[in-house]
Design a binder for this molecule. Structure first.
Ligand code: COA
Length: 156
């Protein structure tokens, strides 16, 4: 596996790389409407305070952007943080990139004093999150016409 380099986005150019990956994965591949995919957490990273986006590059810093995810910070302090929009380009899946994205976001949440993570998992991705220690709860629900369940992870 070539080197994977994960970093928080800090520029509009990096935000464009993030949105290009999400467009390929969620809008083109999964048919999520653009109006639902892009939201208020996708603003200018030089001023945003309510979300941290991570971008994963293949081959080290400056390499090809292949995966992303984001941590939302507007839940009250003391509550689990929310991870969402985890996406790996189709041709780079099953090679550990998704796990690197998740671990980076989780350590960021831990560094910020959060006790754990809550996320809404697409049904097909539940085994991926279970491998990372998450537990599913509640009924299946629809979001963007895709079946989901809530999943939680509490840090030790
Ligand atoms: N079913 C079962 N196991 C899976 C899996 C799946 N769909 N996807 C990954 N895994 C397992 C891997 O085999 C690996 O197991 P290991 O611990 O035995 O090595 C582990 O989970 C980590 O996998 P990894 O290679 O890091 O995952 P990935 O890079 O393929 O990324 C997704 C996983 C879900 C992010 C990726 O498939 C994706 O982008 N899908 C489309 C977008 C999406 O649905 N995102 C989730 C929204 S909730």
């Amino acid at each position: 596996m070539p080197e994977l380099y994960a970093s928080q986005i800090e520029t509009l150019e990096e935000l464009a790389d993030v949105l290009e990956i999400r467009r390929a994965v969620f809008i083109d591949e999964q048919d999520v409407p653009e109006s639902e995919e892009i939201d208020r957490y996708d603003g200018d990273p030089t001023t945003a305070e309510d979300a941290i986006h991570v971008l994963l590059h293949l081959g080290g810093a400056g390499g090809l952007p292949i995966a992303t995810g984001r941590l939302l910070l507007d839940d009250p302090p003391g509550e689990r943080a929310h991870i969402g929009r985890v996406a790996v380009l189709a041709q780079h899946r099953r090679a550990g990139a998704g796990r690197v994205v998740m671990r980076w976001l989780q350590s960021e949440a831990r560094r910020l004093g959060r006790p754990g993570i809550t996320l809404s998992a697409q049904i097909h991705a539940i085994p991926f999150y279970e491998r990372l220690g998450y537990t599913a709860r509640g009924d299946v629900f629809l979001d963007a016409a895709i079946e989901h369940r809530w999943m939680d992870l509490d840090f030790e």
